[in-house]
Design a protein around this ligand. Structure first.
Ligand code: SF4
Length: 389
């Protein structure tokens, strides 16, 4: 059976606030009946609060809508994220006053409040989930949509998978890409050729291993799988393979599985804000130019359905190549727009399909536009917006 995903477009026909995203988010909150579902619940609102001078994370205007709805429904909300993002969140406009509830580190101020899960996968034996999110009784996953250098795309799932776990686990999730060998030093004993391989990559995608100069280290985040390095590397010495890049998303799906296992299916809601879609993740600590047009807001009880719907909407759009940072390349034939930005092996649907396989929802969805944009641009309604000036 198809899952319902509610959608509010960033487009508007009239110059009225009711046709803009905060109001459309409000309608989605109503459709999902969040107020009716949170009475006496301790509600973790998991966000990515960004870092340094980033300003494309979800604006407090949106967060406030969600927090107020929870409070009106009799729930006890708190916003949570990694401790390092929380400690500086006030410098980016997130305070208890602006969002309307406490903002707490998911795993405590010292990243020591942790629940450990044993779940062997590649290089990972145990997974440390943040204790405050674990202790909540209701989850609202409030995600900003953007590109991501490891998996092509960051949305609801990435928000839980990396933002919900301690430093040790996050590091190991990233290291999964290096679990299977891709460099075979014995087939390239010549120092000069190794140097040429490194210098031949225009994206700084391959570097000398810091512990052993004979070993090369794929900088997976930078690599867009153009394979120019394979023209230099001796036969069999270097492999650029899909599984190297898929490992990160497979690990993220396990992390999502762990988080979702701590909340009953009826006690979780997923909201995505798809505006200011930058090339890389909000954890970079800055905001680059938007590389795709604004899309809108999404909401669902099904994490697989909402991620699929977001990705399918993105697939309808064209990358704005001139807005990419000069250190990146646009590959127009690489597939989905996020693959065009990050490379064909960073298929953003991998994590989604993994989560579907793990039983967390369905890629079969029905998209319900909560306020279809009228074709007429004629202003037939006047609403006094002077308070908003
Ligand atoms: S595939 Fe392309 S981007 Fe990746 S390391 Fe090789 S040359 Fe660099």
């Amino acid at each position: 059976m198809a899952s319902t995903v509610y959608f509010g477009s960033a487009r508007q026909a009239q110059l009225v606030p009711e046709e803009t995203l905060p109001f459309k988010l409000e309608r989605i909150i109503e459709k999902l009946q969040i107020r009716d579902r949170v009475k006496d619940e301790v509600v973790a609102i998991k966000m990515h609060l960004g870092g340094n001078v980033g300003y494309s994370t979800i604006h407090p205007v949106f967060v406030r809508r969600v927090v107020d709805a929870v409070k009106q429904g009799g729930g006890k909300p708190f916003v949570c994220d990694l401790s390092r993002a929380v400690l500086t969140a006030h410098t980016r406009g997130y305070t208890a006053e602006t969002v309307g509830c406490p903002i707490v580190p998911t795993d405590g101020p010292n990243e020591k409040y942790v629940y450990w899960y044993e779940r062997p996968f590649m290089n990972i034996d145990r997974w440390g989930m943040g204790g405050f999110m674990h202790d909540a009784t209701f989850l609202i996953d409030l995600a900003h949509i953007k590109g991501h250098p490891s998996c092509g795309f960051g949305g609801c799932m990435k928000n839980l998978a990396l933002g919900g776990f301690v430093y040790e686990t996050r590091g190991k999730i990233h290291d999964t890409s290096h679990h299977k060998k891709y460099w075979f030093a014995e087939k390239c004993p010549d120092d000069a050729i190794r140097k040429k391989i490194i210098e031949g990559c225009p994206l700084n995608g391959i570097i000398e291993d810091r512990n052993d100069p004979r070993e090369l280290h794929l900088h997976v985040e930078n690599c867009n799988q153009c394979k120019r390095c394979l023209n230099i590397a001796p036969q069999g010495s270097l492999e650029i393979r899909p599984d190297t890049f898929a490992a990160f998303q497979q690990a993220c799906a396990i992390a999502v599985d762990i988080v979702l296992s701590t909340f009953a299916p009826e006690k979780r809601v997923f909201l995505s804000v798809a505006n200011q879609l930058t090339a890389v993740c909000d954890c970079f600590g800055f905001t680059g130019m938007s590389v795709l047009p604004d899309i809108g807001v999404f909401g669902s009880d099904d994490p697989v359905a909402i991620e699929t719907a977001v990705l399918d909407k993105v697939a309808e759009l064209k990358v704005i190549p001139e807005n990419l940072p000069r250190c990146m390349e646009h590959q127009p034939n690489a597939g989905h727009p996020f693959q065009q930005i990050h490379g064909p092996y960073k298929d953003p649907y991998i994590m989604v399909r993994e989560c579907e396989r793990l039983g967390h929802g369905t890629t079969d969805y029905e998209l319900v536009d909560i306020m279809p944009v009228r074709e007429s641009g004629v202003m037939d309604t006047f609403i006094d917006t002077s308070d908003a000036a």
